[in-house]
Design a protein around this ligand. Structure first.
Ligand code: B12
Length: 326
């Protein structure tokens, strides 16, 4: 990642949006010049223009110049935008807002958002990362943002670290920034009361906790009350917490295959004291079948947020059925 690229990227925090009933303008500030997309509606059809605005400090006036006619707003592709202006989440937002149904466009946008998110995470910029999330909102659901963008970016960071393409400091900065991003997203999520309680925890020794934060974020958005006790804490603490809070479901997240045995011990201990449904999942489980007898685990390769939600719903439904029978 070049420093120049990052410096350029930071200028997006100065982006401003102006809207009237007919004109939407997305600004990109480069020194004293702004570049933005303006769209005008003619006979019900929106047409887009890439426009440069030059500020004259002496005369205190600005001069607009159309750089490029982009055609119908709904047909604008990223490729239509000159490369130097493609970095702006607001320009991306304009494209996604005007043609959210175009699958191919969506793919390109996901790729572009992912590259930008990687840069933001690696440079420790929560504000930028949150801006990127905001930019995806017209095209992607919260679940899709996590599944299609944040998770693959984190997996990629893992690969890069494994291949020594990035050092451990960059990996740590990225992970901590990702936590900040999830927290910022959570602040934007409205929560309701009287919800089913879910405890998220890890076996002792398991230090991977971002997965649980992502799951927490989605479950909270769906109205569940989540207690996130990850990453690793002593089993006795988990047991005491369960006794005090009486959750309706316990979810155990395991990332490292080395921690499966500790996970099995945790499950055994919980089952010996409580009859609360347990769900086990995580990277370690997603590649191994047939472990954790009698416990619902996420299936290999079925690791998406939708899968997690499905498993949570079915576990709670089973619990309610058992409760209503007994
Ligand atoms: C961030 C990170 C760390 C951070 C974790 C910080 C934190 N607080 O989370 C730190 C630096 C601590 C770390 C340490 C280590 N890490 Co690490 N880490 C990662 C990394 C880059 C990202 C993990 C992540 O957040 N992923 C994003 C989340 C959203 O995805 P997810 O975990 O898959 O979760 C999803 C699903 O699995 C599922 N899910 C998760 N939990 C549950 C639970 C239930 C019940 C259900 C239903 C579903 C479910 O839902 C989630 C959302 O879809 C991964 C790369 C990777 N491929 O994941 C490596 C990775 C997991 N780490 C790895 C390694 C080797 C280590 C270390 C051993 C390195 C070392 N030598 O010290 C240590 C071990 C620490 C320990 N004892 O746990 C390897 C593991 C390889 C392996 N198979 O054994 C990986 C894969 C990197 C790599 N490519 O080599 N790591």
């Amino acid at each position: 990642m070049s420093k120049l690229h990052l410096a350029h990227y930071h200028s997006w925090s100065l982006v401003e949006k102006v809207s009237t009933s007919y004109i939407y303008e997305y600004y990109h500030l480069i020194s004293n010049n702004m570049v933005y997309i303006r769209s005008k509606r003619v006979k019900g059809i929106e047409y887009a223009y890439l426009v440069k605005s030059e500020w004259n400090a002496h005369g205190k006036t600005s001069r607009q110049q159309t750089i490029k006619y982009l055609g119908r707003a709904s047909d604008v592709e990223l490729e239509d935008i000159p490369t130097q202006y493609r970095q702006d989440p607001k320009i991306l937002s304009f494209i996604s807002e005007h043609s959210p149904r175009d699958l191919n466009k969506k793919k390109i946008l996901v790729k572009d958002f992912s590259e930008k998110l990687y840069l933001s995470l690696a440079s420790g910029d929560v504000g930028n990362a949150t801006g990127i999330y905001e930019g995806t909102k017209n095209v992607l659901s919260l679940e899709e943002f996590y599944d299609k963008i944040l998770k693959p970016v984190m997996y990629d960071i893992g690969m890069k670290w494994e291949k020594s393409e990035i050092d451990v400091a960059t990996e740590h900065v990225s992970t901590n920034t990702a936590y900040g991003l999830v927290a910022a997203i959570n602040e934007r999520i409205s929560k309701s009361d009287n919800r089913e309680k879910i405890l998220l925890c890890c076996p002792e020794g398991e230090l991977h906790g971002l997965s649980a934060s992502v799951i927490e974020s989605v479950l909270e958005s769906r109205g569940y009350r989540v207690f996130n006790a990850t990453p690793s804490i002593p089993t006795d603490s988990i047991i005491a917490f369960i006794r005090n809070t009486e959750p309706d479901l316990i979810m155990i997240s395991i990332t490292l295959p080395d921690n499966i045995k500790a996970g099995e011990r945790l499950v055994k201990r919980i089952r010996s004291e409580f009859s609360i449904p347990i769900l086990v999942g995580g990277l370690a489980i997603s590649f191994r079948k047939g472990i954790f007898h009698g416990i619902v685990t996420s299936n290999p390769q079925e690791n998406s947020i939708e899968d997690v939600l499905r498993l949570v719903r079915s576990s709670l439904r089973k619990e309610r059925t058992i409760a209503s029978i007994s």
